[in-house]
Ligand binder design. Sequence first.
Ligand code: GDP
Ligand code: IMO
Ligand code: MG
Length: 456
Amino acid sequence: MSLTWSAKDHKNANQPAATGQKRSRNDAGNKVTVVLGAQWGDEGKGKVVDLLATEADFVCRCQGGNNAGHTVVVDGKEYDFHLLPSGIINPKSVSLIGNGVVIHLPGLFEEGDKNEKKGLKGWEKRLIVSDRAHLVFDFHQVVDGLQETERQAQEGKNIGTTKKGIGPAYSSKASRTGLRVCDLLGDFKDFSTRFKNLVRQYQSMYPSLTVDVEDQLKKLKEYSERLRPMVRDGVYYMYEALHGPPKKILVEGANAALLDIDFGTYPFVTSSNCTVGGACTGLGIPPLNIGDVFGVAKAYTTRVGIGAFPTEQLNAVGELLQTRGHEVGVTTGRKRRCGWLDLVIVRYAHMINGFTAIALTKLDILDVLDEIKVGVAYKLNGKRIPHFPANMDVLQKVEVEYETFPGWKTDTSAARKWNDLPAKAQNYIRFIENHIGVPIKWVGVGKSRECMIQMF
Ligand code: GDP
Ligand code: IMO
Ligand code: MG
């Protein structure tokens, strides 16, 4: 497959220029539905994407890398996706990894092969990879670990990254020394020179970093041949998808609002924009084409890694949420920290993303509690603060104001419609909806695809 876009390959893509017609705001083409995490990740985005993907023509990842871990349970089988869009399960849809994603090729193929053994068929033929996406190399992952050690030694705490090389790869991208898919598939001699320069750059910063350059290049050459048939110019590919016949296009956000490099709890964040803007920059699509933006929030809160967590419960409640909710990281196997639902952060995430509806997941985990609390405001020195603080020292010190609800003490896992839920659970859901000011469209009551109550 040629990397050069030609009008013959993509018939409609150059129509506006060729005809001289201007597109009006009402003629923006197909709309894209975006699914985003509204907390610190692991809200159940994979499950929501899988649900929507059963009808999607395209499912796209726009940012992050294999730091993400998205679980999908179909027909009793559990799949975990890290780089592959979760929608790859739908045999009728095409999956796309956009320019904003950072790709570790060994990780990508390992993940595909692992899921193929579980029954995922024909994924390589249904995967499109943008030629502008940046590559994560093995040494980026080693550097990720070295940086964590350095942070621990210098500041007494690290970030608790996934060590998937995400920060170093996005740093290479921003410093303009990174290498992209199109570079790998282009002149390999030139690629090799730039790869060696990049290694040298990191070795000057981290003298203990050893890289078997020739072995790495040999492996990368092999991966490049497997990758080549999947690679397209993502911008033209998306343009075609948006302006061709009606298509259902889904964007699967990775990570979450509070891990966003700009809006999250910096520096305890990831290195990409996990909020709605990332869908445009990570795929090359205009904001006008963004349709529904679905926020996914757990009925409580979890966080993996280090950083302030105002509603964290370091007590029996936190332990119950962790064990009942099986709150263990899909990517790292680390135990997730657990606490009450924090509506200050979900509202903040809504301010940035403009959610059109919310999927509230894991309600069933709360089924056994006598009482349930929801954080509704933060106080500092006894006074309510009006904003979600940017400064982490402030966030560490806030005191949370809670609303308390009686538990429903009823198994909700078999509920499939609103009326199946106990009144006390309905009350809890309605309170959340009113407080955020966004309709709740789905309520999750179990892991599998069918364990979802659709409200409208
Ligand atoms: P993601 O990263 O946002 O896709 O979420 P993860 O897959 O990392 O973590 C969510 C976990 O919760 C997974 O194990 C899901 O199978 C599970 N899950 C999702 N929704 C529900 C739900 O409504 N109830 C229960 N009990 N589990 C759920
Ligand atoms: P999904 O898509 C939960 C967290 C890491 C760490 C910080 C930085 O499954 O919701 P990184 O490796 O990105 O440099 O780590 O961000 N983190 C996540 N936590 N879910 C995720 O993704 C995450 N992706 C990154 O734990 O604290
Ligand atoms: Mg996850």
